[in-house]
Design a protein around this ligand. Structure first.
Ligand code: AMP
Ligand code: MG
Length: 329
C-alpha cells in the first residue's frame, strides 16, 4: 500500500486535505493523525473490518481494546451508558487527555472494545483531530500510531518510520503538546478506577470527584488489557536512577550510555538530555528513547516526582525499564 503523507497546519487546517482524510476513514481506511497526547492511528470505530486493519497495521494483540475518539460529548450517547457523574467528567475535562471507560451499548462492535462489555471514549484537544472526527461523521477508533510495543510517536516522522506502507494516510501537524497518552479512568461502576495514569493528573480528577481513585487489583475484571503488554520500550536497555541514590550500572561505562532526566546527571554520560520541567520530560520521553537507541548501549532515566504528569511518566518509565519482564506479545 502507498502511504500518503500530508502536512496540515494545526491552526488553519486545509479543508480539502481534511475532507480527503475523512473520506479515507468513511471508506474503511486508516489515517494517522495528531492529537495533543501522541499521534493516533484512526479508523471508523463502528466498522469492524476497518478496526481489524488497525490491529494488523500495528501488530497489536486483538484483546487490547481501542479508544473511541469523539469531536463532541453528545456523540457518546449512542455508544455508552453515561450516568450523571460521567457526564460531569466529560463537561469538566473534555476536550483533553482523559479517557473514560463506560458500559458499552451494542452499537460498539466487539472488535473495537477487545471483546469487553465496556468501551473507552475520549475527546482529544487538538484542532486537526477534532476537525477530522467531525468531518468523518463517526467515532474514530485510534490507538497510538506506532508499531505495537515501541515508544509512542510524538511526531509524524516517527509514524512514518513505523507504519509507512501499512496505512493509507499520515497527517503531519508537527510535534505534539503532551507527549504521553491519556489518563484512563473506569467509571463503569460505582468506584472509579485509575486504569492508566497519563496526561491528565490524578490530583485534578480526585479533586473534581471528591474521592480517591482506586486502582485495579490483580483479580479485577475492570482493568486495562493494554497494561499487560510489553510497551514503550526502546531497543536498548533502560535503567531507572532515583535522584540522591548511587548509580548502579553493573560494570558498564557511563560514557557508553545516555541519560535523560531533570537533575544533574550522576556520572559523565555519553549524552545527556536534560528537561526543565516534568511536563517537558513527558513531552520528550518517547522521542528521546528513539533518538538515543541508535547510538548508545543503554539509557539511564531519572525517576521523576509523582505529582501531576509525573505519575504517568513514572508508569511509562517503569514499563520501558522492565520491558523484558512483562508479558510478551
Ligand atoms: P493506546 O490506544 O495504545 O493508548 O491504548 C489504549 C488503552 O486503553 C489500553 O491500555 C487499553 O487497554 C485501554 N482501554 C481501551 N478500552 C478499554 C476498555 N473498554 N476497558 C479498559 N481499558 C480499555
Ligand atoms: Mg499505545
Amino acid at each position: 500500500m502507498r502511504t500518503l503523507r500530508l502536512e496540515l497546519d494545526p491552526w488553519n487546517p486545509d479543508p480539502v486535505i481534511l475532507g480527503e482524510a475523512a473520506g479515507v476513514i468513511r471508506h474503511g481506511g486508516l489515517v494517522a493523525f495528531p492529537t495533543e497526547t501522541v499521534y493516533g492511528l484512526g479508523a471508523n470505530a463502528l466498522d469492524p473490518e476497518a478496526v481489524k486493519k488497525i490491529y494488523a497495521a500495528k501488530g497489536r494483540p486483538s484483546d487490547n481494546p481501542l479508544i473511541l475518539h469523539l469531536s463532541r460529548p453528545e456523540q457518546a450517547e449512542p455508544l455508552v451508558h453515561a450516568d450523571e457523574r460521567a457526564q460531569r467528567l466529560m463537561t469538566a475535562f473534555w476536550p483533553g487527555p482523559l479517557t473514560l471507560v463506560l458500559k458499552a451499548k451494542d452499537t460498539v462492535p466487539s472488535v473495537t472494545r477487545g471483546g469487553l462489555e465496556t468501551a473507552a471514549l475520549r475527546m482529544p484537544d487538538h484542532p486537526v483531530a477534532s476537525a477530522l472526527i467531525e468531518a468523518a461523521g463517526c467515532p474514530v477508533a485510534a490507538p497510538s500510531a506506532n508499531a505495537s510495543g515501541r515508544p509512542s510517536p510524538t511526531d509524524a516522522q516517527t509514524v512514518w518510520e513505523d507504519l509507512q506502507g501499512r496505512v493509507d494516510m499520515i497527517l503531519d501537524s508537527g510535534p505534539v503538546r503532551v507527549g504521553i497518552e491519556s489518563t484512563v479512568v473506569d467509571v463503569s461502576a460505582e468506584r472509579p478506577l485509575l486504569l492508566r495514569p497519563g496526561g491528565m493528573s490524578r490530583e485534578a480528577l480526585e479533586g473534581f470527584l471528591g474521592v480517591p481513585l482506586g486502582v485495579p487489583d490483580g483479580q479485577s475484571k475492570r482493568r486495562s488489557p493494554g497494561t499487560r503488554y510489553r510497551h514503550y520500550a526502546p531497543v536498548i536497555s533502560v535503567k531507572v536512577w532515583v535522584p540522591g541514590t548511587p548509580l548502579a550500572l553493573e560494570g558498564e561505562a557511563p560514557g557508553d550510555w545516555a541519560f535523560m532526566g531533570l537533575s544533574e546527571p550522576p556520572a559523565h554520560f555519553g549524552r545527556a538530555l536534560r528537561f526543565t520541567s516534568v511536563e517537558n520530560y513527558a513531552r520528550g520521553l518517547f522521542a528521546g528513547f528513539r533518538a538515543l537507541e541508535t547510538a548508545w548501549r543503554g539509557i539511564v532515566v531519572e525517576w521523576p516526582p509523582e505529582k501531576g504528569m509525573g505519575l504517568g511518566l513514572r508508569d511509562r518509565i517503569c514499563r520501558a525499564a522492565s520491558a523484558g519482564k512483562l508479558e510478551g506479545q
